[in-house]
Design a protein around this ligand. Structure first.
Ligand SMILES: CCCCC/C=C/CC(=O)SCCNC(=O)CCNC(=O)[C@H](O)C(C)(C)COP(=O)(O)OP(=O)(O)OC[C@H]1O[C@@H](n2cnc3c(N)ncnc32)[C@H](O)[C@@H]1OP(=O)(O)O
Length: 389
């Protein structure tokens, strides 16, 4: 399987295209439309910018085979022929679904892959558009959805000071734009690894106290943007989440996660204390004992556990995560905008004052924590020994 995982996008596409032209057995207008759609889907596949992952590539391969050749009847490749065995298994798993069904599924799958990355391709580079000027994010709007993509994959989307500022700016814009929903997600394999720990190593001439005060002020403003966000805010958790990327989820309206995601808030390990209003939202959401395991004792949750505790609304298999989530979101984004906005504001309204008070209190505690020996040792440990979580 290892070599299959290394197949690049263009090689996979060449592989898929190397099959004989589709011969269809249907008649009439439906047949022509489907054939055209199928051909278009093959063409669209070539324009994919992001590698959809091996599971999805295998599914595309299998659907193509089924659509063009019917059910798998070739002998199973030997155990050591990893690549062909994986391909055979993917094709064989489709059983007896008809060529028509397979063709339709192929068209749907390619469609969702294309549309999940379409906003990025279409709008991210629009000249003069403030959305294109972000350094740490890609912000795009399509199908009534504004997507804020955390875009430092090489640092697991750790939130630098610049990124805190840009997220606040993007939320302000999204709050005012015409979109119905706002989505936050991560690029690469992580959703977000939390606060960029180097935020605490850039000590200016005025010393660490000033750094702690500035950090407290920045965090208070950052969390306030989530408390006050006026329309539905959805987190699409595409991979592991750490620290503030976990605690802040309590301020989103809905959280969807891949089954590959984990949720880890290692505050005591880092000599810190909870933030993002989690000292209030987590116990309220999941009960004190469960919240304490996470916030005091660093318990890392799987996606399924996070779902059981109410932090996550639904978990999807990683290989269909993007297509299933975006399909759902596109449907939600067709709902009446004002109705959604006012409903969200009613739900959040009663809690706002409380949440701002909790945020202020958490940030005061953190300013003290950041100056503590416990915290400084933990941060130095990460950079000196790269001691990971
Ligand atoms: C303004 C202040 C506001 C403060 C708000 C407070 C918030 C609290 C928190 O968020 S606490 C959580 C802080 N996060 C962490 O402690 C995570 C630290 N990172 C790790 O433990 C690991 O990197 C990992 C488990 C997330 C991923 O491990 P993996 O082995 O898969 O990958 P690498 O370690 O090689 O990471 C790739 C590069 O990314 C850098 N990096 C990852 N996370 C962070 C981070 N949080 N801060 C800074 N840098 C991070 C990592 O150093 C690698 O960089 P390199 O390639 O240059 O070595």
């Amino acid at each position: 399987m290892a070599s299959l995982f290394k197949l690049g996008r263009s090689r996979t596409i060449r592989l898929i295209q190397s099959f004989p032209a589709v011969k269809l057995h249907l008649t009439g207008a439906v047949m022509r439309a489907t054939e055209v759609e199928f051909d278009k889907a093959k063409e669209h596949l070539k324009t994919l910018k992001n590698d959809p992952g091996n599971d999805t590539k295998l599914r595309i391969y299998a659907l193509f085979k089924q659509a063009t050749q019917g059910s798998c009847s070739s002998p199973k490749p030997g155990m050591l022929d990893f690549v062909n065995k994986a391909k055979w298994e993917a094709w064989n798993s489709l059983g007896n679904i008809s060529k028509d069904d397979a063709r339709q599924k192929y068209v749907d799958l390619v469609g969702t892959l294309i549309s999940s990355e379409a906003p990025i391709q279409k709008e991210a580079t629009t000249a003069g558009d403030p959305k294109s000027s972000y350094q740490t994010l890609q912000v795009t709007t399509e199908n009534n959805i504004t997507t804020i993509l955390l875009n430092r994959p090489e640092k697991k989307n750790a939130i630098s000071r610049k990124m805190y500022e840009e997220i606040m700016q993007a939320l302000e814009q999204a709050g005012k734009d015409d979109s119905v929903l706002t989505v936050m997600t991560g690029s690469g394999d992580y959703y977000c690894s939390g606060n960029d720990l180097s935020n605490f190593t850039q000590v200016g001439a005025e010393g660490v106290e000033k750094l702690a005060r500035d950090s407290g002020e920045l965090l208070t403003r950052y969390v306030s943007h989530f408390i006050d966000f006026p329309k539905p805010l959805i987190a699409v958790v595409n991979g592991p989440a750490v620290g503030i990327a976990v605690t802040g989820l309590g301020l989103f309206d809905v959280v969807y996660a891949t089954d590959r995601a984990t949720f880890h808030a290692p505050f005591s390990q880092l000599g810190q204390s909870p933030e993002g209003c989690s000292s209030y939202t987590f116990p309220k959401m999941m009960g004190t004992a469960k919240a304490n395991e996470i916030l005091l004792f660093n318990k890392k949750l799987t996606a399924a556990q996070a779902c059981d505790l109410g932090l996550v609304a639904e978990v999807f298999p990683d290989n269909t995560f993007q297509q299933e989530v975006w399909k759902k979101l596109r449907a939600y984004a067709k709902l009446p905008k004002d109705s959604l906005r006012y409903s969200k504001q009613l739900i959040r309204g009663m809690e706002k004052e409380k949440l701002h008070a909790v945020n202020a209190q958490e940030c005061v505690r953190l300013q003290e924590r950041w100056l503590s020996e416990e915290c400084m040792n933990a941060i130095m440990g990460f950079f000196q020994n790269k001691s990971k979580l």
